[in-house]
Design a protein around this ligand. Structure first.
Ligand SMILES: C[S@@+](CC[C@H](N)C(=O)[O-])C[C@H]1O[C@@H](n2cnc3c(N)ncnc32)[C@H](O)[C@@H]1O
Length: 219
């Protein structure tokens, strides 16, 4: 369903003021450290420039492109080869790789930032601590991660949804919608200090609220 998904959600942030503000805040954190100075080691990345930023679960790549437009040296990673092919087609100037956030093909402390936008919703509970350990491993000390996700209908539980059909295709896809504090707590357990947690109500056709957490690797 990658092509239909891409046509329907090319860049969800275009008309959403809070999302645009959060992406801008994230970019500023990477670039300036939010007043604390740029991320330590951020100047010694590949090619002698700023260390890269990974957009994990980049899907159609529209958000990766927006982060690039904000001045970040970003590349996309997605577990779906079809999504990666479509993102490359749409944004030939950007790099997209096939890979899973459960085992990132990246050296330790190699990123000046990481985004996971509506992608950790597809990771089951038992795998999430391992994914956040991966985020911690690949980030430079002080580097931020921005997570966006649809939230659960109650702050006390995770909602699970299984879809066997979408856009007329037979699929096998699971979603886990979690409270903001669940995500924030697991990031803290992985050694990432929460910098901001934000929640907003559903808008327009959305049926769920949205959660955003920015967390920084200690150090
Ligand atoms: C709902 S889409 C979001 C795409 C994009 N970040 C956006 O916000 O428009 C979720 C994406 O996460 C990817 N994904 C799911 N599990 C993943 C994993 N373990 N590692 C990397 N990507 C994954 C899917 O292939 C899909 O492209």
């Amino acid at each position: 369903m990658a092509r239909e998904y891409t046509a329907r959600f090319p860049d969800w942030s275009t008309d959403l003021p809070l999302e645009k503000a959060l992406l801008t805040a994230f970019a500023e954190l990477v670039q300036t450290g939010g007043g604390a100075g740029p991320v330590a080691g951020g100047g010694s990345g590949r090619g002698g420039g700023t260390a890269p930023v990974a957009d994990v679960g980049s899907g159609p790549g529209g958000l990766t492109a927006r982060l690039h437009a904000l001045g970040l040296p970003v590349f996309g990673v997605d577990v779906s080869p079809r999504m990666v092919a479509l993102a490359r087609e749409a944004y030939p100037g950007l790099r997209f790789h096939v890979g899973s956030m459960t085992a990132l093909d990246l050296p330790p402390a190699s990123l000046s930032g990481l985004t996971a936008l509506y992608s950790t919703i597809h990771v089951p509970d038992e795998a999430l601590p391992g994914v956040f350990a991966e985020f911690h491993r690949v980030l430079l000390p002080g580097a931020p991660a921005l997570l966006a996700f649809q939230t659960s209908s109650s702050p006390d539980r995770t909602d699970h949804l299984h879809l066997s059909e979408r856009f007329g295709h037979e699929i096998d896809l699971d979603y886990w919608f979690r409270p903001v504090n669940t995500i924030a707590g697991l990031l803290e357990e992985a050694g990432l200090r929460v910098w901001a947690r934000v929640e907003r109500e559903p808008e327009g056709e959305e049926t769920r609220g949205r959660g955003y957490v920015v967390a920084r690797k200690e150090g």
